[in-house]
Design a protein. Structure first.
Length: 199
């Protein structure tokens, strides 16, 4: 962590790196994303990419404790967790959950704040190709209609401040699509929280 997880200035709405002294990138100023804030601990690069592959694909869920510690050491994460009413993990499709055996985002949310975590509000209603396998333009459209809020629990989200938890942010398509659904359901503030951000 001392060598590869030093804090760096990032855009507060998409978490891409910025020069010191700036708080938002030009793309977000021009077209504000549906996230009110976005926080990332590290770049998706060595050594984090390898560790995250182990966590996600190689049946090493115990790494969640380390990643939660890494996130809590990241500037602005603790205040975001404290201000949140609920933490919502990005949901996996049933097919992907069966293959993997666990949802890494749910494990992470539980580790960050078990009593605020709800995995029954935001639902994955369509299985889509893995985002890393798609070109950027395809990523931005492949998730249309992939998420929904449980209609029987929609009142829980009215006026809520939420933290949307995931492991990696690539183009932002997954988080942005989910955030739009949550805001349409009545959430007033959505923060995206990820371990790593591709740059």
């Amino acid at each position: 962590m001392a060598e590869f997880a030093q804090p760096q200035p990032r855009c507060h709405t998409c978490a891409l790196p910025l020069p010191a002294g700036l708080s938002q990138c030009g793309a977000c100023l021009k077209a504000p994303p549906p996230l009110d804030m976005c926080l990332a601990a590290v770049p998706y690069a060595f050594p984090w990419a390898h560790l995250m592959a182990d966590f996600k694909f190689h049946d090493q869920p115990a790494l969640v404790r380390f990643f939660a510690h890494l996130l809590k050491a990241t500037p602005w994460v603790e205040p975001a967790l404290e201000a949140a009413d609920l933490l919502l993990p990005m949901p996996l499709s049933r097919q992907r959950l069966q293959v993997r055996g666990y949802n890494q985002a749910l494990l992470l949310a539980h580790q960050l704040s078990a009593h605020k975590t709800r995995s029954d509000l935001l639902l994955r209603i369509a299985d889509t190709p893995a985002q890393h396998s798609l070109k950027r333009a395809q990523r931005l459209t492949s998730l249309n209609q992939a998420f929904a809020v449980d209609p029987l629990k929609i009142s829980t989200l009215h006026g809520a401040r939420l933290v949307l938890v995931d492991d990696v942010m690539t183009s932002g398509a997954s988080l942005y699509t989910a955030a739009r659904e949550l805001k349409a359901a009545g959430a007033t503030h959505v923060t995206g929280l990820v371990i790593a951000r591709t740059e």
